[in-house]
Design a protein around this ligand. Sequence first.
Ligand code: AFP
Length: 340
Amino acid sequence: MQSGKLVTMDEFTIQETRKFPQATGELSSLLRDLGLAGKIINKQVRKAGLGDVLGKHGATNVQGEEQMKLDIFANETLINILKNSTDCAGIASEENDDHLSYEDTFSANSKYVVLFDPLDGSSNIDVNAPIGTIFAIYRRVSELGKPCTEADFLQPGSRLMAAGYIIYGSSTMMVYATKVSVNGFTLEPSIGEFCLSHPNIKCPEDGKIYSINQGNSIKYTQEMHGYLNYCMEENKEEGRPYSQRYIGSMVADLHRTLVKGGIFIYPADKSAPKGKLRLQYECNPMAFIVEAAGGKVVCGKRNILDIQPTELHQRTPIFIGSKNMVSKALEFVREKEAVV
Ligand code: AFP
C-alpha cells in the first residue's frame, strides 16, 4: 500500500480479481454487497442508545436464544441486500430456521450462496462492547438456473470460496479471506468506504493470551483443566502465566487473536457436549480466515474445515489461533475433545 493513498476495498478486490483471467467478478460484487450491508448495520449500531434500537425484540430464534432488536435489523438488512444482489442464489442465517432461496431469474442463475451470523455477540449490544457480522461464501452444488437447495449450505468449510467478518468496534472494519490471503479494511467515515488498513494479515505463530469462558470451568474435562493450569502457571522463560481475555463476542475475541496472536477456545462441556458455537455461521468462516492467515484450528482430533455438516444449525467445539498455542493445547486435550 502506498503511504497516504487510500485504497478502497472495491479497488483492492478488483485488482486481486484481475490476477485471475477466468474470474467473472461475481465474488467481488458479492463482497461489495456484504460491505454495503455492513455499512448499513454499522450506521444503526453507532446510533444504539439514541433511538429505540437497544434491547430485546421479544422473540427467540431457532436455538431458543432471545433476539435483540439489532439482531433482527441486521438479519433483515443482509437478507434484503443479498436478495437484490445479482450474485447470490440464497442465504442461510443463524437467526432463521431454514435456508432461503431467492427464486428470481438472476438469483437462480447465481453461482454463490452465503451463510451468516448477522450480529454475533449480541448480548454485548447493550453495554457498548464490540460485536460483529460473520459471513461464509460457497459455490453452490445444485444446478444453475434452479433455486438453490439445502445441500448448497451443508458443505464442509474446506469448500469455502471466501469468508469474512465486519467488526463494529472502536472503528468498523471488514476483514475477508480468500484461499490466497486475508486483508482488513477500516471504514473511513468521511467517504463511507472500507479502505485497506491491514494488508496480508498473518496470525502470529505464538501468543501470550488465552481466551475462554473460564467461569464455565467447573463443567470442563480434567484435560481442559490441565491446559488452563498450564496457561496460569508461572514459567518466565516461556512467558507464562498468559493473560486471559474474553469479551464473549467471537468476532472481537478472534480479531484480537488474529492480529496479536493467542488462542481462543470454546470447548465441549458437561452441559454442551457438542460445544456451543455454530459450525457453519461462526466456526467455519473463522477457521477459514485464521488458516488462510497461517493459524491453526481444530475441534479435537480433526480440522473443523473437514467436518461434513449434517444440519444447518450444527455446533462444534473449537480451538483456534496461533499455530504453536493450538498445538500445545492439543497435547492436553486431544482425545477428550474429539466429540464431532
Ligand atoms: P450471542 O450472540 O448470543 O451473544 O453469543 C455469542 C457467541 O455465539 C460467541 O460470539 C461468543 O464467543 C460466545 O457465544 C459466548 O458464549 P458464552 O457467553 O457462553 O461464553
